[in-house]
Design a binder for this molecule. Structure first.
Ligand code: DGL
Length: 284
């Protein structure tokens, strides 16, 4: 048994889709969520910079005593999962591999579409993860840079977002994908619009539930699941606008987001992740 919280982070509110799945699967677990809304979205940023952010936030969460870290952001997972795993003392899970696995299991015609941010698509992390599971699968990827902004504004329905989704997804639809990976943790919030455009026959895959299952499996294996005698504690933090984080957090997750603490950047991190070392991290 281990009472420590689960640490989850994203560039903004998107990772709350993963928090929601963890809360429903593991209702007794405490969670610390960090949304880097001062520097998000990560999608348009260079890979090395996103990797440094992921290292910095993971070190910060580790110093707060979390027992496992979930990088609830495809951009940060694609850019830095391996480095973060190498540097952390606690296990670190990302969101790309679970999504790839879900897609390979769901497809019947082996034509898989992947949508994500520029950094995620450019990293080819999904392509590699899908091909590792099915070398013959056809993967059609598309970066959808503006969709995160719609979600961060809370605009998840309506003609403007419908037009944007149609613009990005038309080529994938034409190429006959039967499975579409929502390769950004913001996109499940656009599931309605995306699903209507792609049609019922196309399966939409997001990694939230699969990640929650992996968290449970990891904690159970280590005997780290929390007992149910006292209620869990939820702590929400952000690096930028608190008002925006509270209202969007409540809108997307619910009343669990009672308050959001603002954390100053750069993050105060202890000896395990000294700042000067971040730029020295080598790429795998
Ligand atoms: N939710 C994010 C992801 O999964 C981040 C979007 C962004 O920061 O650009 O990629």
């Amino acid at each position: 048994m281990n009472d420590a919280p689960i640490g989850v982070f994203d560039s903004g509110v998107g990772g709350l889709t993963v928090v929601r799945a963890i809360m429903s699967r593991l209702p007794h677990e405490s969670i610390i969520y960090f949304g880097d809304n001062a520097r998000g979205p990560y999608g348009p940023r260079p890979i090395q910079e996103v990797r440094d952010f992921a290292l910095e936030i993971s070190g910060f969460l580790e110093d707060l005593g979390v027992k496992i870290i979930v990088i609830a952001c495809n951009s940060a997972t694609s850019a830095g999962l391996l480095e973060v795993q190498r540097r952390c003392r606690v296990p670190v899970l990302g969101v790309v591999e679970p999504g790839a696995r879900g897609a390979v299991q769901a497809t019947r015609n082996r034509r898989i579409g992947v949508i994500g941010t520029v950094v995620t698509i450019r990293s080819r992390a999904y392509l590699r993860a899908i091909r590792a599971l099915d070398a013959g699968a056809t993967v059609i990827s598309r970066a959808c840079p503006t969709l995160v902004d719609f979600v961060e504004r809370g605009e998840v329905e309506g003609p403007r977002v419908e037009a944007e989704v149609a613009k990005y997804l038309s080529p994938l639809k034409k190429r006959g994908v039967d499975t579409l990976v929502l390769g950004c943790t913001h996109y499940p919030l656009l599931r309605g619009v995306i699903g209507r455009f792609m049609g019922q026959e196309v399966r939409l895959i997001s990694s939230d539930e699969e990640v929650a299952r992996e968290v449970e499996e990891n904690l159970r294996r280590r005997g780290y699941l929390r007992a149910s005698d006292t209620p869990p504690n939820y702590r929400f933090m952000c690096s930028g606008d608190v008002g925006q984080a509270v209202s969007l957090g409540r809108f997307f997750l619910g009343p669990e987001v009672e308050e959001v603490e603002r954390v100053e950047l750069p993050l105060a991190s202890s000896g395990s992740f000294p700042k000067g070392h971040l730029s020295e991290v080598s790429c795998p």
